[in-house]
Design a protein around this ligand. Structure first.
Ligand code: FAD
Length: 287
């Protein structure tokens, strides 16, 4: 295990904002995680879907370095929670297998993908997940997919459960068709999303039958700025760091979009981004 003090979230998270972590540990085994568990306050994956305050995070934050993969009988794969999705996808494809198209273009780790039930128009992680392994106050255990109430961008993990690995059920048939769909999907993302600036992807979940980006645009907020943060001109559900944004700037954009859509379009958006840390209720009313 490696431990640090004062490591800044702005160096680790995709938005490039956020203050120091009081204590930060890189955990290298399940045994270490079990030992540290009672002290853990925050879990960090690859930081591609979270916002933490400029004051930083009090207490212990952990990130898992568990990156190993193991092939199991029947085209099943166990992947460590710290493995990057890009590495996972390339290992699956090198075996001539498919099934994880839902993670194409989604930054982050296996742990974050399961916790978020990450996905795209091509599907979501829940569809290929067989089980998760992890640690909570009861110790180490494995939970079958059927016991997780997963839904749109919600992993349904028990409170405080830290994912250490996920088992995916993959398939051989349809590989070429999946490759074509993924290529088309990635081209579309490049054409429609502001991928040249730091962001955390979509900030809000799409409400049933609508798109958060369309709603934010409809209330006139495309291009709205707070300090160095800006509601993207290209895709209004993205908030981008134009260079020197603070976490407060990003939060100000999130809050303005949330309030304006509620007041002018009558829709209460649900954040997709996870807000970590202690935010005053007047700054973030959904704490
Ligand atoms: C440019 C861009 C595009 C994106 N596009 C998409 C998209 O198309 N679809 C999509 O679903 N997401 C998208 N995202 C968001 C993000 O990539 C996903 O939500 C991703 O799954 C988060 O993984 P992470 O490892 O970065 O998790 P983090 O952002 O570090 O954490 C996210 C949440 O998961 C929890 N968590 C992380 N690891 C664990 C663990 N081991 N055990 C328990 N909890 C854990 C964290 O505590 C936090 O609550 C995008 C982000 C960016 C920057």
């Amino acid at each position: 295990m490696q431990q640090f003090s004062g490591e800044r979230l702005s160096k680790l998270g995709y938005w490039r904002v956020g203050g120091p972590m009081e204590d930060f540990a890189l955990v290298e085994s399940v045994e270490e995680l079990v030992e540290l568990y009672p002290k853990i306050r925050w879990i960090l994956g690859n930081g591609s879907n979270l916002l933490a305050p400029d004051q930083g995070l009090a207490g212990l934050t952990v990130r898992l370095s568990l990156k190993e993969t193991e092939w199991l009988p029947g085209d099943r794969l166990r992947a460590g929670a710290g493995l990057l999705n890009t590495v996972l996808l390339s290992r699956v494809s090198r075996q001539g297998l498919c099934g994880l198209a839902s993670l194409a273009g989604v930054p982050g780790t296996v742990g974050g993908a399961v916790a978020m039930n990450a996905g795209t128009a091509l599907g979501e992680v829940a569809e290929v997940l067989e089980a998760v392994e992890g640690v909570d106050a009861r110790g180490f255990r494995s939970i079958p997919r059927e016991e997780l109430p997963m839904h749109y961008r919600e992993g349904g993990l028990p409170e405080g459960f830290v994912v250490t690995a996920a088992i995916f059920r993959l398939r051989r048939e349809g590989l070429e068709e999946e490759r074509q769909k993924v290529n088309h999907h990635l081209q579309r993302r490049m054409a429609t999303q502001p991928l040249d600036l730091p962001s955390c992807g979509s900030v809000f979940r799409n409400p049933p039958g609508d798109h958060a980006g369309r709603l934010i645009e409809s209330v006139g907020l495309k291009g709205w700025r707070s300090g160095g943060a800006c509601i993207s001109e290209r895709h209004a559900n993205f908030i981008v760091n134009t260079g020197d944004a603070t976490a407060n700037d990003v939060m100000s954009c999130i809050r303005t979009a949330w309030e304006r859509v509620r007041d002018h379009a009558g829709v209460v958006l649900v954040p997709e981004v996870r807000v970590l840390g202690d935010w005053p209720v007047e700054v973030w009313p959904l704490v």
